[in-house]
Design a protein around this ligand. Structure first.
Ligand code: S3P
Length: 196
């Protein structure tokens, strides 16, 4: 309740929820962009459920992401990710944090276009690296040169992330300010485009 009062202009929450309808709000972007932490706070401000696609994949497989990559490989993980994101999108309205590679799949992007409003959380490589350093749970960064991997992935993926409906700079600073910025951007976007 406090978060809602702190970040939202009067009527903003109600307008966003009314115009969102049954669609989801989907956060996309690189590892370390803050999709989970911002997504959780955004959901809280909107009084919507929050789901993390990576956590749902782990739950469905009863294995951690590093275990899935090690045992079955990336292609198998991507297949599970595509199916899990499809299921989460069908359960809207809710806020969905996706893994960094999910929006690269054309089928997932198409579903997101139809069933959600997508937000690219954009951050500098230095910020991404600083954030991912804290956890060793990302198999793609289990490499002697994680910075090189991050730069290569960003270069490959940026053009897909740029297809999101909104892009927001994920700067350092208080989370509630970023959530406020996202709510303002969602309000403006949904106001312009009323049709689901
Ligand atoms: C990946 C990002 C991870 C996770 C997996 C692969 C990627 O999610 O899905 O390790 O390809 O960028 P986060 O973006 O939540 O770290």
């Amino acid at each position: 309740m406090e978060a809602r009062q702190a970040v939202a202009e009067s009527g903003q929450i109600e307008r966003v929820l009314a115009r969102l309808g049954t669609r989801c709000i989907v956060l996309v972007g690189m590892m370390g962009a803050g999709k989970t932490s911002i997504g959780r706070r955004l959901a809280n401000a909107l009084h919507l459920p929050f789901v993390d696609a990576d956590a749902e994949i782990e739950k469905a497989a009863n294995q951690s992401i590093p275990e899935i990559f090690a045992e079955y490989g990336e292609a198998y993980f991507r297949d599970g990710e595509r199916r899990v994101v499809a299921r989460l999108l069908a359960d809207g309205p809710q806020v969905v944090a996706t893994g960094g590679g999910a929006f690269i799949c054309e089928e997932t992007r198409q579903r997101c276009r139809e069933q959600s409003v997508t937000i690219w959380l954009k951050a500098e490589v230095s910020v991404l690296l600083e954030r991912v350093r804290k956890k060793a749970n990302r198999p793609l960064l289990d490499d002697p040169d994680p910075e090189g991997v991050m730069r290569r992935l960003l270069a490959e993926r940026e053009r897909f992330y740029a297809l999101a409906d909104l892009s927001i700079a994920s700067r350092e600073g208080p989370h509630h300010a970023l959530v406020g910025e996202i709510l303002g951007a969602l309000d403006a976007f949904l106001n312009e485009r009323r049709d689901p």
